[in-house]
Design a protein around this ligand. Structure first.
Ligand code: ATP
Ligand code: NCN
Length: 209
């Protein structure tokens, strides 16, 4: 499952868990994006923070792992490269790519979209507020899957932190604590690519989380 994960939330985790169970997958690999080129118009938290929050969020599930392939590859992140890198690491694996309804609707705008179908089977999952459709996509390479509705977005989580609202139970507890520890989102200063996951001294605004 690829994503910017800024931050990872329970919508991502429920979707991944549901698809793992439905398709009896051995492993769900969470792949945080390096440079999400279709989000170039907004600030994105340094990749190292997003990667570490994803590790924290998935650590307790033995079937969940996190890959660095996208954050270690220079340049814009393209799923065609993600799939090639994962296939190179796991030559015998059958790959499935999990994507939400909103992302699936844009998939034909992705780089080399027509070449992706040979590399993985795509699972489009339901997401509140978005219509799930496989229209225009190859039927034998795309499966639509209903998952429990979680009306959560990373955008909303970031806004809540910035506004001093809680994100408890929208994201895993460890992610709340990670956000608090590194003061993410509270002052909107964590901009890519200035990566500095070094703990900063505690500040007054800690109590907002
Ligand atoms: N609540 C959700 N339910 C189902 N799928 C989701 C949900 N949130 C995100 N996804 C899917 O997870 C993948 C990664 O999403 P992403 O990291 O961009 O999260 P996001 O909440 O959409 O972020 P943002 O609000 O910053 O755009 C995408 O395929 C997206 O469609
Ligand atoms: O390959 C592309 O051109 C492409 C364009 C936009 C998004 N993606 C991938 O789609 C996944 C979800 O992306 P996002 O931006 O919604 O978090 C993530 O793995 C991205 O790398 C891929």
């Amino acid at each position: 499952m690829g994503g910017t994960f800024d931050p990872i939330h329970h919508g991502h985790l429920v979707a991944a868990s549901e698809v793992q169970s439905r398709f009896d997958l051995d492993e769900v690999v969470f792949v945080p994006t390096g440079q999400p080129w279709q989000k170039a118009d907004r600030r994105v938290t340094p990749a190292e923070h997003r990667y570490l929050m994803t590790v924290v969020a998935t650590a307790s599930n033995p079937r969940f792992t996190v890959s660095r392939v996208d954050i270690d590859r220079p340049g814009p992140t393209y799923t065609i490269d993600t799939l090639r890198d994962l296939k190179a690491e796991r030559p015998d694996a059958e790959l499935f790519f999990i994507t939400g309804a909103d992302a699936l609707a844009e998939i034909l705008s992705w780089k080399d979209a027509e070449r992706m179908w040979d590399l993985a089977h795509f699972i489009g999952v339901t997401r509140p507020g978005h219509e799930l459709s496989g229209k225009g996509l190859p039927e034998d390479r795309v499966t639509l899957q209903v998952v429990p509705a979680m009306a959560i977005s990373s955008t909303d989580c970031r806004s809540r932190v910035a506004d001093g609202q809680p994100v408890w139970y929208l994201v895993p507890d460890g992610v709340v604590q990670y956000i608090n520890k590194y003061h993410l989102y509270s002052d909107r200063q964590a901009t890519w690519p200035r990566v500095d996951p070094t703990p900063k001294p505690p500040r007054q605004r800690q109590e907002v989380l």
